[in-house]
Write a protein that binds this ligand. Structure first.
Ligand SMILES: Cc1cc2nc3c(=O)[nH]c(=O)nc-3n(C[C@H](O)[C@H](O)[C@H](O)COP(=O)(O)O)c2cc1C
Length: 182
């Protein structure tokens, strides 16, 4: 790092910042920014990543830009919708463009959104994939069930206890990133 500021990249397993996962990641990024971090959100609707293995994917300009951005960041917030009991294909494909050389030894904060009842399946599955990347997801995590009702019109979490859990997650990522880069 050129200075002491932590640079955090937010990724959603959905397109657009207005998806529920996009809203959750951006709520985390806003909190981190208020605590002095530099933050950036990669919007797949603006810069889609090709499917790994499809024709021309290895030389795709968005992939090169994405991987350079990964390398330049100290920490990551990931939020995936739960699809059929696991992360979305979009999130898995995004993770498949990450390699140890981009994210190994770096800190992750994990979140998931669910249409139904809260569970930790998607969080656990993302955690397993990150182990293969030698990344360090913090123990704090957040799953938001019945997500359609979770946000108010300003994009803030309605439930104060969820808001507090999000704040704890952000704090854990910042604190672990500082320790890792000390
Ligand atoms: C293909 C598909 C599978 C889904 N599977 C689940 C599921 O297993 N459990 C659940 O609670 N919600 C499920 N949902 C609902 C999504 O989790 C919910 O719409 C999503 O979290 C909303 O966030 P988003 O706006 O970021 O997509 C599913 C939705 C789709 C489209």
């Amino acid at each position: 790092m050129g200075d002491d500021r932590i640079k955090i990249l937010g990724l959603a397993g959905e397109y657009r910042s207005s998806s529920k996962s996009g809203m959750l990641v951006n709520a985390a990024l806003e909190m981190a920014e208020a605590k002095g971090a530099d933050v950036v959100f990669w919007d797949l609707a603006e810069k889609p990543l090709p499917l790994v293995g499809e024709e021309g994917c290895w030389a795709h300009p968005n992939v090169k830009e994405f991987q350079s951005l990964l390398e330049s960041c100290d920490a990551f917030f990931l939020s995936s919708p739960e699809y059929h009991g696991t992360m979305s294909g979009v999130m898995k494909n995004t993770m498949d463009w990450m390699y140890d050389k981009h994210v190994g030894g770096k800190v992750f904060g994990l979140m998931s959104t669910l249409g139904g009842v809260t569970n930790s399946n998607t969080l656990n599955h993302m955690r397993i994939a990150l182990r293969w990347l030698h990344a360090w997801p913090v123990p704090e995590q957040l799953a938001i069930g019945h997500v359609k009702e979770a946000f108010d019109e300003d994009g803030s979490l309605v439930d104060e206890s969820l808001q507090e859990r999000l704040s704890n997650l952000v704090e854990a990522v910042l604190s672990a990133s500082k320790k890792m880069s000390a």
